[in-house]
Design a protein around this ligand. Structure first.
Ligand code: IMP
Ligand code: MG
Length: 178
């Protein structure tokens, strides 16, 4: 069993890269069927989605644009405390079809925050795409439009995903060793 050590933790191979590419092939095909005539803008959420966004876009053959956003932590004035602010939107999203690209949806809290903030830019439609999804951890009822791979509630690294900033460059996906 192939293992890697990142900082203090051992990880074991979980999803080989060929499996990930197959999932991305499928996503690109579905998105092409559904949005080829929509002139969408893809929005990758940094840092985690950089590899996924690159591989997906290589497979999209219709006219489209892409940009990247980042979530910055800041202390909200509301009693809810920590809210993450979406930064880096330089494009006019009004009346555009926006296809959000995330590396992973876990509880779903991050995606809910992203969608709430994007609505303020008055896009025509917000389409949610995630490479990985943890159904057992998901806490909201929000619809996810496209899912690459469902995974159990394990902590994973690789293909853009990190443990404390490291591991994003791994080509396969690894899970934390028990
Ligand atoms: P959520 O708000 O719980 O859905 O979490 C989403 C964010 O948590 C992702 O964008 C990742 O940055 C991070 N995350 C969740 N699960 C994992 C994991 O298994 N490995 C690495 N990062 C993760
Ligand atoms: Mg992320």
């Amino acid at each position: 069993m192939e293992t890697v050590k990142i900082l203090d933790k051992e990880f074991e191979i979980f999803i080989p890269e060929q499996k990930i590419y197959e999932a991305i092939d499928k996503l690109a095909e579905q998105i092409t069927n559904d949005y080829k005539d929509s002139d969408p803008i893809f929005l990758g959420i940094l840092n985690g989605s950089f590899l996924f966004a690159a591989e997906l876009l290589k497979r999209i053959k219709f006219p489209c644009t892409i940009s990247f956003l980042k979530l910055a932590s800041y202390q909200g004035t509301a009693s809810t405390g920590k809210v993450k602010r979406l930064i880096g939107i330089n494009e006019d999203l009004k009346d555009k079809t926006v296809i959000v690209l995330e590396d992973i949806i876990d509880t779903g809290i991050t995606m809910t925050q992203i969608k709430k903030q994007l609505v303020g830019y008055e896009p025509k439609k917000i389409v949610v795409t995630t490479l990985f999804f943890k159904p057992e951890a998901y806490q909201t009822n929000d619809h996810i439009d496209y899912i690459g791979v469902d995974i159990p509630n394990n902590f994973i690294v690789g293909f853009g995903l990190d443990y404390d900033g490291y591991g994003r460059n791994l080509t396969n996906v690894y899970k934390l060793k028990k």
